[in-house]
Design a binder for this molecule. Structure first.
Ligand SMILES: N[C@@H](CCC(=O)N[C@@H](CS)C(=O)NCC(=O)O)C(=O)O
Length: 258
């Protein structure tokens, strides 16, 4: 069980503080936690209230989403790429950003396809909002997902494009993974773990979360995270889920501490 402190308290602490959403394996938060774990970085976890006003977090970071990482009195970082560079600076080894120029550019471009604006997880969230705001859902569920959609740019047009966008990204990742495996590489960038593998492992929760024993979720959130969209399902090569399991098995600690 993770002991989260309030953001008000975290503000004044020295060292590394990371604001996370308790109880939900959100891919941005789980990616940050995975990077911190691989690097052995100690941090104080602070609590974000999902879809809440989070006034202290807003004052501190200028926004209300999680994760946010703050080091000493530097500006808090609320974007995955800034967080990656912060963690890489605080613990240069093991290196999760390739040293080689071309590999670095490629890795960061691919990571953006999973984590950035209009990414796999952003598009998958539109599908989530589409499905859980349907009239057959109960009013409370519809209210939650309407609020999520309002906060993160949901529209009928975004929903219409989202399955193909997810599928495009999944197909590229599957092709890359299979290519690497054909050449004896176990990782998305070849022979070494990079942040990209951790981003994929966390993102894969939006296809099928880890089993309950390793990832304790409410029935509603398990249903929300489990993909039922046929276009996304069709594009999910089993190798992708095997890779997720390999990364958790080899590099991360289970069960997830949510
Ligand atoms: N700002 C992050 C993305 C963070 C994000 O979208 N977090 C969502 C995950 S669904 C969140 O906190 N949702 C709950 C909320 O907004 O209260 C980034 O671009 O790196």
């Amino acid at each position: 069980m993770t002991d989260y402190i309030d953001v008000e308290e975290a503000l004044d602490l020295p060292g590394l503080r990371v604001v996370l959403t308790p109880g939900i394996p959100g891919p941005w938060s789980e990616s940050a936690k995975a990077i911190l774990q691989v690097k052995g970085l100690e941090y104080v976890p602070a609590r974000q209230d999902v879809l809440g006003p989070n006034p202290a977090l807003r004052r501190w970071s200028g926004q209300t989403s999680a994760p946010v990482a703050a080091w000493e009195d530097e500006p808090p970082r609320s974007n995955w790429l800034e967080q990656l560079y912060l963690f890489e600076r605080l613990a240069p080894e093991p290196r999760l950003i390739p040293a080689d120029f071309d590999a670095r550019v490629e890795m960061l471009g691919l990571a953006n396809e999973l984590m950035g604006d209009d990414s796999f997880i952003a598009a998958r969230r539109h599908i989530m909002v589409r499905d859980f705001t349907r009239p057959e859902q109960d009013p409370e569920t519809r209210k939650i997902f309407t609020a999520l959609g309002d906060k993160y740019g949901y529209s009928a047009e975004a929903a219409a494009q989202a399955p193909d966008r997810c599928a495009e990204i999944l197909q590229h990742f599957a092709a890359r993974l299979n290519r690497m495996r054909d050449h004896g590489g176990n990782y998305l960038m070849g022979n070494h773990l990079t942040a990209l593998d951790l981003y994929w492992a966390a993102s894969a929760a939006l296809i099928e979360p880890l089993p309950q024993v390793n990832c304790s979720m409410t029935p509603l959130f398990r249903a929300v995270y489990t993909n039922t969209d046929p276009v996304v399902a069709q594009a999910t090569d089993p190798a992708l889920m095997e890779h997720r399991d390999f990364i958790y098995d080899q590099h991360l600690v289970l069960p997830l501490q949510l």
